[in-house]
Design a protein around this ligand. Structure first.
Ligand SMILES: NC(=O)c1ccc[n+]([C@@H]2O[C@H](COP(=O)([O-])OP(=O)(O)OC[C@H]3O[C@@H](n4cnc5c(N)ncnc54)[C@H](O)[C@@H]3O)[C@@H](O)[C@H]2O)c1
Length: 329
C-alpha cells in the first residue's frame, strides 16, 4: 500500500512546519511546497521540499503530478499587517491570486480537498465576545481583507467546481514543538511571545507595549493564544472531516480563552526567571480591545480540543526552542 501524501504549501514557515510534523505523526507523508521567501529550509524535516511559488502554475502542477497528494494544506501568505498597508498589491497578488492559482491547478489535476489558513482578522473589531463564526466580517487591514476575499473565492469555486475546503480562522498562534525541533522564526518578528522572550533574554532591548489604557482588567489588550501544535493537529482532523463528510467548514480556531498582554509577560517571566523590560507606547491603529474564540463549532465539527494551549505551556515550549536557537545554553 502506498503512503497517503499531503501537499503542505508554505510548509517551511512557522505553522506549516508544525503541520508537516503532525502529518508525519498521523502516518502520512508531508510534501512541502514553499518558495522560501519567509520560511526556512531547516524547518522542512519530515518529507521532501519542492521549491516554488504558488503563483507559478507550472511549478504547482509539477509538484502535484510528481507526488499525487490526497489533500493540500495552504499556509503560504504574506502575513505582516504593516507590510500589507504599505504594499497592498503584493498582498493581494500573493494571498488571493496565489491561492486562486493553486486551487485552479488542484482542480485541473483532480485534487479536491483543501485546508486553508484563515484568520480572526476577518472579523475586524467584533461587536460581541467570544467570537462566533456568524459575526459580521469587517476586516480593518489589507491582510484581513485578503483572507476574507480568499474565503469568499473558495465558497464560489466550491459551489461551481466541487472543491471541498476547510477555512480555519486562527487566533494567535504561539508556542513551539514540544520536542523543541522547530519553532517560531519570523523575520521581522512582530509576535508577542518571541519578542517578550527576546526582551527577557536581554537580546532585543525593551519590548514595546502598545496601549495600557484599554478597558480590560490591567489596561492591555486581550488575545487568544493557541498552541501551534494544537493548531497543527486541527488540520489533520479538518482534512479527514471534509473528505469523509463531503462538506466545507469555516471554523474559528483558538484556545477559547482571552489573556491580556500583561498576563503573557508574567508567563514569560515565570518561564525565563527574568523580568521583561517594557517601553510603554501608545495604542496602535486597528488593534481591537479583545479577541477570543468561541470554540463550540470547532469542537463539535472536528472533535478537536486544545491539549497544550494553557499560557504556561505555550510560553515554556517557545522558551525551550528559543534558548537553543539563540544559543543561550
Ligand atoms: N502566525 C499566526 O499567528 C497566524 C494567525 C492567523 C493566521 N495565520 C495564517 O497562517 C499561515 C501561516 O502563518 P505563519 O505564521 O506560519 O507564516 P510564515 O511566514 O512563517 O509561513 C508562510 C510560509 O509561506 C511561504 N510563502 C509565502 N508566499 C509564498 C508563495 N507565493 N509561494 C510559496 N510559498 C510562499 C513562506 O516562505 C513561508 O514559509 C498564513 O497564511 C497566515 O496568514 C497565521
Amino acid at each position: 500500500m502506498t503512503t497517503e501524501r499531503i501537499l503542505i504549501v508554505g510548509g517551511a514557515g512557522y505553522i506549516g512546519s508544525h503541520a508537516a510534523k503532525a502529518v508525519r505523526l498521523s502516518g502520512r507523508e508531508p510534501v512541502v511546497f514553499d518558495d522560501l521567501s519567509c520560511g526556512h529550509e531547516h524547518a522542512v524535516r519530515w518529507g521532501p521540499l519542492v521549491k516554488g511559488d504558488i503563483r507559478n502554475a507550472g511549478a504547482v502542477r509539477a509538484a502535484i503530478r510528481e507526488y499525487r497528494p490526497s489533500a493540500v494544506m495552504q499556509f503560504a501568505a504574506r502575513i505582516e499587517v504593516g507590510e500589507g498597508e504599505k504594499d497592498p498589491a503584493h498582498f493581494y497578488d500573493n494571498n488571493v491570486a496565489g491561492t486562486l492559482n493553486l486551487v485552479r491547478v488542484m482542480l485541473e489535476e483532480g485534487v479536491r480537498n483543501l485546508v486553508f489558513s484563515s484568520t480572526c482578522a476577518i472579523y475586524g473589531d467584533p461587536e460581541r465576545l467570544p467570537l462566533t463564526e456568524d459575526l459580521p466580517k469587517r476586516p480593518v487591514s489589507v491582510y484581513g481583507r485578503t483572507k476574507l476575499m480568499t474565503e469568499q473565492m473558495l465558497e464560489d469555486v466550491s459551489r461551481a467546481h466541487g472543491l471541498r475546503f476547510a477555512a480555519l480562522r486562527y487566533f494567535n498562534a504561539a508556542g513551539a514543538d514540544p520536542d523543541g525541533e522547530i519553532g517560531e522564526e519570523h523575520e521581522p518578528e512582530t509576535h508577542l511571545v518571541p519578542n517578550a522572550l527576546k526582551a527577557a533574554a536581554g537580546l532585543g532591548g525593551a519590548m514595546k507595549l502598545f496601549g495600557t489604557d484599554y478597558p480590560t482588567p490591567d489596561g492591555t489588550c486581550i488575545r487568544d493564544f493557541v498552541h501551534v501544535t494544537d493548531l497543527a493537529e486541527a488540520h489533520i482532523l479538518a482534512a479527514e472531516t471534509i473528505a469523509a463528510r463531503d462538506t466545507n467548514l469555516q471554523l474559528n480556531l483558538g484556545a477559547g480563552q482571552g489573556r491580556t498582554v500583561m498576563e503573557v509577560l508574567r508567563a514569560v517571566e515565570r518561564a525565563t526567571g527574568k523580568p521583561v523590560p517594557v517601553e510603554i507606547a501608545g495604542r496602535r491603529a486597528g488593534d481591537a480591545v479583545a479577541l477570543y474564540a468561541d470554540t463550540t463549532n470547532v469542537t463539535r465539527e472536528l472533535g478537536w480540543t486544545p491539549r497544550l494551549s494553557d499560557i504556561d505551556t505555550v510560553v515554556s515550549t517557545a522558551w525551550a526552542f528559543h534558548r537553543k536557537a539563540w544559543k543561550l545554553g
